[in-house]
Ligand binder design. Structure first.
Ligand code: SF4
Ligand code: SF4
Length: 419
């Protein structure tokens, strides 16, 4: 891997329109922690006038990969491709400290593997049920290194359903079949938010889709790619594609995974990968594209719902109107817009696990803005965002239930209670 192509770098005309949209620039006002400054560093790396020093690598590591700069840039600079290639370069050229290497190795030995996440879930159940979690949180937690402390604080509440819940291979369409779709179950989504996949299956079926859930599907590779682990990511992509044949569409309900799946064609360059990517639809996008069939009934209580736009939905996939369209169609729902909604929440893949202080700073702003809308419920289409926002709310002693838009729609269609 070499530094990104000069043409891509030279597309940046230094206008600075992206700066106020960049969460790290908003945090610190540092040029080198803005999109423009990072592109300048890429240019200097390419020209050989700077090397991949700890300081240079640090500026790239602090980038969330949120892509707010991509949607803000009037010159169409492909910062998404630039940072993806640069992250791979960082992993190749920069030797991280021992603790950083260990921490990242632990993350990547765990998160892309649903079976290992299930084993972790079993440990978390023991940890919670025996009271160890309460004990640690009230005693020794402050002694943990900051990254482990953050990991502990982010852990979701798990129940036996997280451990033993399974998905069917196939769900028939209700009524006349409109089409056959395949669902990608995700890794974190499958284990930590099984209700989101279950709601997706119910809604798609109610809307006349036969849904296939291919067995043995693994990680899509998004987490690895966003951390510069290019080869690992592409291996995951090839293995996943092999599991999906014959469906009219491939539906995904996790924003970060969806944007990566749509990029397989560019990343792998094969006809098979291009055909696969062309079929991928975020579940909001998929459902909003055809006339609803299932009746939308009022929820038990009128709800003020604050819509959080995950970066990989709003910036990477440019999906903004669709979840709103679905939620507004539910009788009794009032949809609230979060101020500065184009800003990241600080989750950003593994960002809050490897850059906890910066993630917290950014997350606090998000939660301030969220609470200013006085919502009853948070709608969030990405599991990482939900965990990050819920963690900050917990730390503030506040409680706000959260649900994926598809769970809210499911509650309206099937009457399944909201989480
Ligand atoms: S990335 Fe785009 S918006 Fe930002 S400085 Fe360059 S040209 Fe301007
Ligand atoms: S991806 Fe996000 S954090 Fe990174 S430079 Fe762009 S706006 Fe800033």
């Amino acid at each position: 891997m070499t530094a990104p192509e000069r043409e891509l770098i030279d597309d940046c005309v230094h206008c600075g329109f992206c700066l106020p949209h960049c969460p790290t620039y908003v945090s610190w006002g540092e040029e080198m922690d803005s999109p423009r400054g990072r592109i300048d560093l890429m240019r200097a790396l390419r020209a050989g006038t700077t090397q991949m020093t700890p300081t240079v690598a640090g500026h790239f590591d602090k980038c969330l990969g949120c892509m707010a700069c991509v949607t803000a840039c009037p010159s169409g600079v492909r910062y998404d491709i630039l940072i993806e290639e640069t992250r791979a370069l960082v992993e190749q050229k920069y030797r991280r400290g021992l603790y950083d290497r260990f921490h990242r190795a632990m993350i990547f030995a765990l998160f892309p593997y649903p079976r290992r996440l299930k084993a972790l879930t079993a440990l978390l159940l023991v940890y919670t049920w025996t009271g160890l979690r309460w004990l640690l949180r009230h005693t020794l937690v402050k002694l943990l290194p900051v990254r482990l402390r953050e990991m502990e604080a982010l852990q979701p509440t798990v129940t036996a359903h997280n451990l033993f819940g399974t998905l069917p291979d196939r769900v028939p369409a209700r009524g006349e079949k409109r089409m056959t779709v395949a669902m990608i179950a995700g890794c974190v989504q499958r284990v930590f938010n099984p209700g989101v996949n279950e709601a997706t299956l119910r809604v798609l079926s109610a809307e006349g889709c036969e849904v296939l859930v291919p067995r043995g599907q693994g990680c899509c590779g998004a987490l690895s790619m966003h951390a510069g682990r290019e080869h690992e990511s592409l291996d995951f992509a090839r293995a996943l594609m092999g599991k999906f044949d014959g469906a009219d569409a491939i539906v995904i309900n996790a924003a970060g995974c969806g944007s990566h799946l749509k990029d397989y064609g560019r990343l792998l360059g094969t006809e098979e990968a291009k055909a696969f990517s062309a079929k991928v639809r975020d579940v909001n996008e998929f459902l909003a594209a055809f006339p609803p069939r299932a009746e939308r009934r009022p929820l038990p209580l009128p709800l003020r719902i604050a819509m959080h736009d995950a970066c990989h939905l709003q910036h990477a996939q440019r999906i903004v109107a669709q979840p709103r369209q679905l939620l507004k169609a539910i009788p009794g729902v009032t949809l609230l817009e979060i101020p500065d909604g184009n800003q990241c929440c600080g989750s950003a893949g593994i960002y809050n696990l490897v850059q906890p202080e910066s993630a917290d700073q950014i997350g606090q702003r998000k939660v301030d803005n969220l609470l200013s809308t006085k919502p009853d419920l948070l709608a969030s289409a990405n599991p990482g965002c939900t965990l990050q926002i819920q963690k900050i709310l917990r730390e503030r002693g506040q409680r706000l239930p959260a649900a994926h838009p598809i769970e809210i729609l499911d509650a309206s269609i099937s009457g399944t209670p909201l989480p």
